[in-house]
Write a protein of this length. Structure first.
Length: 88
């Protein structure tokens, strides 16, 4: 085996080791990252739903203005989904 062949094999093995290390690190960080994203989205949905529940007149005015069908049902559904979907 020549010098260039050994060097090429070593570089190939080092690259494989680096890819394996990066892959392992990425898979290890996947669950914490997804947890952070879900907690952030849940917090945003909870805040939005809470705001709609406590600013009822503003929400009612918004749903009445653009001529939305069934504005009362839509208001209730929107508030409930935003507030209840937050933990999921």
């Amino acid at each position: 085996m020549g010098v260039s062949a050994r060097l090429e094999t070593r570089l190939h093995n080092d690259a494989d080791a680096m890819v394996l290390a990066l892959s392992t690190a990425a898979s290890w960080l996947q669950s914490p990252f997804l947890l952070v994203v879900r907690l952030y989205w849940g917090w945003q949905f909870a805040q939005t739903g809470w705001g709609k529940l406590h600013n009822l007149q503003k929400t009612m005015d918004f749903f009445d203005s653009p001529d939305i069908r069934f504005p009362r049902r839509t208001r209730i559904l929107s508030r409930a989904l935003n507030w209840l979907a937050a933990p999921f």
